[in-house]
Design a protein around this ligand. Structure first.
Ligand SMILES: NC(=O)c1ccc[n+]([C@@H]2O[C@H](COP(=O)([O-])OP(=O)(O)OC[C@H]3O[C@@H](n4cnc5c(N)ncnc54)[C@H](OP(=O)(O)O)[C@@H]3O)[C@@H](O)[C@H]2O)c1
Length: 343
């Protein structure tokens, strides 16, 4: 049976586990699956859907004979290990921010710019989770009218910050029921019963690193280098599912119905938009779903060419693992993986 030797780097993390689930669920042609993590978990066995997978130490030698690496172990790990994997003949789909803005690295959402994969030199980057979710709703609207400006406010779940962040929300929430306090660890402020308007690090201009990702990654993926994007990123006490309020300014007045119809025809999008029956996208409904949900589609009453949307998507799926596996599928389909071993 043919297939590719696949490694998941960061396999024990929030995204890595979803990568494993997605590879299995979509029937990705994996001849073998190697799970890699740090020395904290290397040597342990991960049990998944009745199969036991040994977790190996992520070091350069681990990539010998690997064709495709799905990488999600943080920027520093990608910086060190992605080039080592490429040197050993693998292609790396990297989920961290490390290579996204490198001009030699395609940054891809397959529904939008799958063609960019063809220019790869071994590494293909997966976008930031909020950027991927927002662009799924935004990209089809380029067919409706020219987009002049986008203003985004995100409402990002704690799983976007990894498994320890989810534990922190759970522990703080539970402690509060007993009148106790669990001090912040992963986050700089308490996250239970709170919202934190700061994700990533602050820059001199007052924006955060997360906010500028939305601007620069959107421009690269949409191939609109001048696109005006303004973004505020906020962490909310939701376990899984990022939401965003998106204001779009077009070059002409656009009706909500035109937008609804265009989005209804878009792959990977589900329009959930019937305010009369309280149908609108919720992160709890988006969690576990491949599709990005879009609703609250309405004219911007303050601007003749403006439109407002509300978007929700699973940050671990379309925001990370699903998009990465879809990239790998494109690479396979277009013959862009140098298969080193076919059994
Ligand atoms: N979570 C999201 O929604 C999301 C979305 C898009 C992008 N990302 C990016 O994806 C990456 C992982 O995110 P996550 O949420 O999955 O984090 P996580 O839950 O904290 O998992 C981190 C993973 O990386 C592994 N790891 C850490 N240090 C390592 C090292 N030195 N060598 C090898 N493996 C190491 C961990 O292994 P151990 O179990 O051994 O510690 C674990 O498997 C981050 O760069 C993040 O920014 C996350």
């Amino acid at each position: 049976m043919g297939g590719y030797n696949v490694a998941i780097l960061g396999a024990t993390g929030m995204v890595g586990l979803e990568m494993l689930r997605t590879v299995k669920k979509r029937g990705f042609p994996a001849a073998s699956l190697k799970l890699l993590a740090s020395s904290r978990t290397a040597g342990k066995v991960l049990s998944f859907e009745g199969t036991e997978y040994p977790v190996a130490l992520a070091d350069p030698a681990a990539f010998a004979g690997i064709d495709i690496v799905l990488s999600s172990a943080g920027e520093a790990v990608s910086r060190e290990l992605a080039p080592e994997a490429v040197r050993r003949g693998a292609v790396v789909v990297d989920n961290t921010a490390e290579f996204r803005m490198d001009p030699d690295v395609p940054l891809v959402i397959p529904e939008i710019n799958a063609h960019a994969c063809r220019g790869h030199h071994g590494i293909i980057a997966n976008p930031n989770c909020s950027t991927a979710i927002v662009l799924m709703a935004l990209a089809p609207l380029r067919d409706v009218a020219t987009i002049r400006r986008v203003v985004v406010s995100t409402y990002q779940s704690v799983s976007g910050a990894g498994k320890e962040a989810v534990d922190e929300l759970d522990r703080q929430t539970e402690a509060s029921f007993h009148g106790e306090v669990v001090p912040p660890g992963v986050f700089k402020k308490p996250i239970a019963f709170n919202v934190i308007p700061a994700i990533g690090s602050f820059r001199e201009d007052g924006y955060t690193s997360e906010e500028v990702k939305m601007t620069f990654e959107s421009r690269k993926i949409l191939e609109l280098p001048e696109l005006a994007v303004s973004c505020t990123c906020v962490r909310v006490p939701v376990r899984i599912g990022h939401s965003a309020a998106v204001n779009v300014e077009f070059d002409r007045p656009v009706s909500p119905q035109e937008v609804r119809e265009r989005l209804a025809r878009s792959q990977g999008i589900r329009v959930v938009d019937d305010p009369a029956t309280h149908l609108y996208p919720l992160p709890v409904d988006a969690a576990g779903e491949d599709d990005v949900l879009v609703g609250r589609i309405r004219s911007d009453l303050s601007h003749p060419c403006g439109l407002n949307l509300w978007v929700a998507g699973d940050n671990l799926l379309k925001g990370a693992a699903l998009n990465a596996v879809q990239i790998a599928e494109c690479m396979v389909k277009d013959g862009l993986v140098a298969r080193s071993k076919v059994s």
